[in-house]
Design a protein around this ligand. Sequence first.
Ligand SMILES: Cc1ncc(COP(=O)(O)O)c(C=O)c1O
Length: 392
Amino acid sequence: MSPAIEPLTVPALDLKAQYATIRDEIDQAIRGVVESQGFIMGPEVSGLEAEVAHYSEVEHGVGCASGSDALLLALLGLGIGEDDEVITSPYSFFATAGSIWRTGATPVFVDIEPDTYNLDPSLIEAAITPRTRAILPVHLYGQAADMDPILDIAEAHGLTVLEDAAQAIGASYKGRRAGGLGHAAAFSFYPSKNLGGFGDAGMVTTNDQALARKVARLRVHGMEPKYHHHEVGFNSRIDALQAAVLRVKLRHLDAWTAARREAADRYRGLFQAYGLASAVGLPAERDGHFHVYNQFVIRVPDPLRDTLRADLAAHRIGTEIYYPIPLHLQVCFASLGHAKGDYPHSEAAARESLALPMYPELTEDAQRHVVASIAQSLQGQARDRSVAERAA
Ligand SMILES: Cc1ncc(COP(=O)(O)O)c(C=O)c1O
């Protein structure tokens, strides 16, 4: 008989635990903005832009209203639009392809590597057509895509590379930080990101001064100077309140990243200790990649995953499925003419992946509870299967 699992609630993400550690700093920063009554642009916004750019080892940061807008503004700033194609991953958050579509361009999907969930560079060349303008790799779950071959292909074909770094602030690839690996990058400061605001916010980073200027203009209705409009843009500024919160949090980001990485190591050790290391696929961390574990995603063969998720919920353990429907099978992209089977690795990941609780304050006790509960569920499912097989 397996030992009883002790009661303990482990949420998928615990933002209250993080806030508790920085409450005074945050409250002071918010009060500063409120006292100034300067809510739009101003020193907090320019300060955050400079600090994130410096952190990501690029020259320019342009804050905007969300990570989705950062992608859209960067694509538009790069001149991508109707009749263009942009190569990207079908296994990502919707905004990755949605932003391409919004410009009028067509997302062209290329399957992922099964172990890292990132764009497979060896499949890109076959997807290039005379209409291809850019490659949009996603640094999924906090690990950079394999950028060198992607950059080589882009250079050989005269394409631009825009990183979707929404989940990867602080990640690095061969010693270079995410956000400065391509021509431009988009960050999200959605609350669940490693650097998360108190609402929506995002940023475009780039070393291209002209692009930074264009993006900065597009986020204020294409206006420069006041009331002179060069093109039709958006209202997509980042709030000063968000910038103030994010500047406080940025000071803690490296410590939080270290804590996430320690939690990832502890998960690996626990899966080993519970004899689950081969039953469950653990996240691959490639050589030369500094993974920042926005998510710790395991693979559980179909059909065990959904029962496992329900069993964990019964043990008050929060999990999430990223992403249950790959982008090529989304209804809104039906006109692209894709069918099941087109991107098998993405489809398998959608069926099998399960994100476990992951946040810097996650304790070893909580992780033990998670892994013990996984062991119990998988053993129970194996038992049920063998009973059913014997009965058949
Ligand atoms: C990979 C990826 N791209 C883009 C986005 C969009 O960011 P946001 O939610 O800030 O619009 C997100 C986050 O949700 C994401 O995870």
